[in-house]
Design a protein around this ligand. Structure first.
Ligand code: PHE
Length: 462
């Protein structure tokens, strides 16, 4: 990072355009619309259900507005197109696309064996409605309930929510697909998997694909489950791998850059997830770079026991749709998926993977904001000063700026040699996907961010 230590960067001094006098009245009207709201106390009401607020509540209106969008259900949206393509690879599975994004903390974490101190549970990482209910952070949140309902082969496609940084490839809402396949060994299930393995192996053997798989043998760091006969565990793991190698071939075969004559390269990597063992990640070589596309593994018997189907065995995977869609459709900014601009949506047709043709990019507008972080400990009027966390800051920015902010980057940090206080300077990059932004409207947003970061996060603007 460039050393800008000691340089004074205030909001107003760093505006990159000057506001015209004629723009002032509109700016004032906008500012009123953004007038400080008292912290709400009434319950959150979503789809007719009421969720009382408590100390966990951190889901913002900006996020809750996304719940009804359901991009994966739009047949000619890249996310919807990709969903259909993946569903066609698992055509005999049940396809579930309308499960509510509101789940219990038990569904999202506890039932899957996440430890109490897992970082994913933190308020800084996940969106909570209250202590008991949250927005799912992954589609795995539905595994236990669906196994319990007796489903054996299913795909779940859904919107998932995670608090994150702001840049062109991160967005607090994205889409995942969960695939699960469990069988009953007492009903000939393992023999069926073996037969399917032989068929899939033959098809893959004839295809233009190179699979690097150092995880093929059981290792001490990624062992089979004690409850499993090693032969059975291997058959299930192979079935998982064959199914996913086949999927990757369907999605990327002949498209991974180059002239299509080059073989598609896939690699398997050891991973850890609390409810699978062994566990893996899959990467695909695309345009000369390894792209991580999914996590998967053999479902732990503890999760199946929890579902009341401990007599079954099988596998699960979860993949992120945006990341794959961005490379397959050449979409440069994740916010475009949420654009309602016809120049975006009219480019795509159901069933087709086509290359996105960018329309003119609108000009960007930079703003810098420098502030002292609150002192880590100490008390003010009896209130504990909250621990500063960057994700809370990002969330506040998203709440004020919505999709108009393209990136927020830390450009400078230094510690005052005498007081020990930490100063940070963030650069905001504003750009709309659909239109030109006026400097005045960006100023209004930026001022609101400054006000809120001061009043809600205890920083001191420099
Ligand atoms: N839910 C995991 C994730 O979001 C992926 C996963 C799904 C891993 C199923 C194993 C089994 O990263």
């Amino acid at each position: 990072m460039a050393a800008l230590a000691g340089r004074r960067t205030t909001l107003l001094a760093r505006n990159h355009a000057v506001m015209l006098a004629s723009q002032l009245p509109r700016a004032m009207a906008l500012r009123q619309a953004y007038a400080v709201r008292p912290k709400p106390t009434e319950p959150l009401v979503i789809d007719g259900t009421s969720y009382p607020r408590d100390a966990f509540t951190n889901a913002t209106p900006t996020i809750l507005d996304k719940l009804p969008r359901r991009l994966h259900l739009q047949p000619s949206h890249p996310i919807g197109i990709l969903r259909s393509l993946i569903e066609s690879h698992f055509s005999s599975f049940a396809h579930l696309n309308s499960l509510s994004p509101i789940v219990t903390v038990a569904q999202n974490f506890d039932d899957l064996g996440f430890p109490a101190d897992h970082p994913g549970r933190a308020l800084t990482d996940s969106y909570y409605l209250n202590e008991r209910h949250m927005l799912r952070t992954h589609t795995s949140a539905h595994e236990v309930e669906l196994f319990r309902q007796g489903l054996d082969q299913f795909l779940v496609t859904a919107d998932v929510y995670r608090r994150d940084e702001i840049d062109r490839s991160h967005y607090p809402v994205f889409h995942q697909m969960e695939g699960c396949n469990v069988v009953d060994p007492a009903q000939g299930g393992i023999e069926r998997l073996e037969r399917e393995n032989a068929e899939m192996r033959a098809a893959l053997g004839a295809a233009n694909i190179v699979i690097e798989d150092p995880t093929g043998v059981e290792t001490a760091t990624n062992p089979y489950q004690a409850e499993h006969d090693p032969r059975t565990a291997r058959i299930i793991a192979e079935h998982l791998k064959n199914s996913l190698n086949g999927l990757v071939l369907k999605l990327f075969g002949g498209r991974a850059g180059g002239d299509g004559a080059e073989p598609l390269r896939v690699r398997w990597i050891e991973a850890t997830f609390p409810w699978t063992a062994p566990s893996y990640e899959v990467e695909v070589m695309f345009n000369g770079k390894w792209l991580e596309i999914l996590g998967c593994g053999v479902v732990r018997q503890a999760a199946l026991d929890k579902s009341g189907v401990g007599h079954k065995q099988g596998w699960a995977f979860g993949l992120g749709l945006e990341r794959i869609a961005m490379v397959l459709f050449s979409i440069p900014d994740i916010r475009l998926f949420w654009s309602s601009d016809a120049r975006f949506s009219n480019q795509f047709r159901q069933g087709d993977i086509t290359t996105f043709k960018p329309y003119s990019r609108f000009p960007e507008c930079y703003k810098d904001l420098a502030f002292w972080l609150p002192e880590a400990s100490g008390a003010q009027g009896g209130d504990k000063v909250q621990q500063w966390h960057e994700n809370d800051f990002m969330e506040l920015v998203r709440d004020e700026a919505g999709d108009l902010v393209e990136g927020v980057q830390l450009i400078d940090e230094f510690t005052h040699p005498k007081t020990g206080r930490v100063s940070r300077c963030y650069r905001f990059n504003y750009r709309s996907m659909d239109r030109s932004l006026s400097n005045e409207e960006v100023n209004v947003i930026q001022e609101r961010v400054q006000e809120r970061v001061t009043s809600e996060m205890g920083v001191e603007v420099r």
